[in-house]
Design a protein around this ligand. Structure first.
Ligand code: OGA
Ligand code: NI
Length: 341
C-alpha cells in the first residue's frame, strides 16, 4: 500500500514524486487577476424568481470559462463541511485501518488508492483518493466503510443533495441551449453517480510535485466541493491558469467531455489541475454525473445544421472511458479519437 497520507513527515520530497521540469507547476503562467464567476442560485434555481437571469448567467459563464461557482444552491455549508471533514478523517485513520480498502479494482463500490488510475508512468502524484460508487445508494451502501463514524449517513445525505443540484443545473443548461429542459435527464445522466475524493497532504516542496496533472473530466458534469484552508485547483483560461478560490459553502461546477460533445462544442470541457501546498492538507470532492455505460453520445441534433456541422462522431460511453484512460486523460489525446475534423 503506497499512500501519501501514510508517509512520515519529510523535509524533502522523495524522488518518485518529483516531476520532470516541464510538468512542474512553475512552468506555466498564473493569471491572478481573474476569478471564476459566482452564480447565486437563490435557493434552488428551478421554478424560483429570476430564473431567466440565472440561466443567462450560467450560459455566459459556461461559454467563457467552462467553470463557475454556485452559492445559495440549497445545500447547507454544514452538510458540505461535514462531508469534507469525514472524508479527511478517513485519510487520517491509521494505515492498518485503511489497508483493506486499498485497491484499483473499478468494479468495487469503494476503494482507496494513490496517484491516478490512468497514469502508470514513473512519477507519482502527491495525491491519495477514494473512488466511490454513490447512487443508487441502496445498491452500494453496504460496501461503504463503517468508519469513520457516521461515514455512511453523511455520504448518503450528501449524495442525494448534490444529485439534486446537478440535475437542476443540467435543466437550466438545457433551457439555456434552447433544448427541452429534460434533455439531459435520460441516459445521459442516469449512470451511477461516482465520487472522487482527493486528499493532498502538505508537501515539503510544492514546486516539484503535482496533485493532479492537467486533465478534463470524463463525465457529463462535475459538482465539486473543496476545503477552504488553501487554494489548489487551477483552471485553464485563455492559455493561462487561474486559481479557483475556495468560497465557504460554494460548489464549483465544470463541464465534462460529454457535455462538450453533446453541445457540439458550445460548452467546453476545460482543463484543470491541482497543485500541492506546504502548510495544510487539502480535501476535495468531485461528484460526477455520468451517462449510462451503454448510452449513445453524439452532438444534439437540435444544435447542428448545415452551417454548424457535428464536430464529433457518435459513440458508446463505455468506449469513451477506454479511450480516456488510454490517453492518460489528456484533453487533445482523448478527443483525437472522437473528433470529425
Ligand atoms: C478531479 C479534480 C481537482 C482538485 O477530481 O477531477 O480535478 O482540486 N480535482 O482536487
Ligand atoms: Ni477534474
Amino acid at each position: 500500500m503506497e499512500l501519501v497520507s501514510n508517509l512520515p513527515v519529510y523535509q524533502t520530497v522523495p524522488e518518485k514524486y518529483i516531476f520532470p521540469p516541464d510538468k512542474r507547476p512553475a512552468n506555466d503562467i498564473v493569471n491572478h487577476s481573474i476569478n471564476l464567476p459566482v452564480i447565486d442560485l437563490r435557493g434552488g434555481g428551478i421554478d424560483s424568481d429570476g430564473q431567466d437571469e440565472i440561466i443567462r448567467d450560467i450560459m455566459k459563464a459556461g461559454k467563457e470559462f467552462g467553470f463557475f461557482q454556485v452559492i445559495n444552491h440549497g445545500i447547507s455549508t454544514k452538510t458540505i463541511d461535514n462531508m469534507l471533514q469525514v472524508c479527511e478523517n478517513f485519510f487520517k485513520m491509521p494505515a492498518q485501518e485503511k489497508e483493506r480498502y486499498y485497491s484499483d479494482d473499478m468494479s468495487r463500490a469503494f476503494f482507496l488508492n494513490s496517484s491516478t488510475q490512468y497514469d502508470k508512468s514513473q512519477t507519482r502524484y502527491w495525491r491519495d483518493y477514494l473512488r466511490i460508487a454513490c447512487y443508487p445508494i441502496e445498491e452500494f451502501v453496504d460496501q461503504w466503510p463503517e468508519k469513520p463514524e457516521n461515514f455512511r449517513e453523511i455520504l448518503s445525505e450528501y449524495t442525494l443533495r448534490v444529485r439534486e443540484i446537478a440535475s437542476k443545473i443540467l435543466k437550466l443548461i438545457a433551457e439555456g441551449l434552447g433544448l427541452h429542459k429534460d434533455y439531459f435527464a435520460g441516459d445521459l445522466s442516469k449512470g451511477n453517480i461516482k465520487m472522487e475524493v482527493n486528499f493532498y497532504p502538505p508537501c515539503p516542496d510544492p514546486s516539484l510535485t503535482m496533485g493532479l496533472l492537467p486533465h478534463c473530466d470524463r463525465q457529463l458534469i462535475t459538482v465539486f466541493a473543496q476545503g477552504t484552508a488553501t487554494t489548489g485547483l487551477q483552471a485553464k483560461y485563455k492559455q493561462k491558469w487561474i486559481n479557483v478560490k475556495p468560497i465557504p459553502g460554494a460548489f464549483v461546477v465544470n463541464f465534462g467531455h460529454q457535455l462538450e460533445i453533446v453541445t457540439n462544442g458550445i460548452l467546453k470541457s476545460v482543463e484543470h489541475r491541482a497543485l500541492t501546498n506546504s502548510t495544510v492538507a487539502r480535501t476535495s470532492i468531485a461528484t460526477m454525473t455520468m451517462p449510462t455505460m451503454d448510452c449513445l453520445i453524439a452532438p444534439a441534433k437540435e444544435l447542428v445544421n448545415e452551417n454548424n456541422p457535428p464536430m464529433y462522431k457518435e459513440f458508446i460511453f463505455r468506449d469513451f472511458i477506454k479511450a480516456y484512460d488510454a490517453a492518460l486523460a489528456n484533453r487533445e489525446g482523448v478527443l483525437e479519437f472522437f473528433k470529425l475534423y
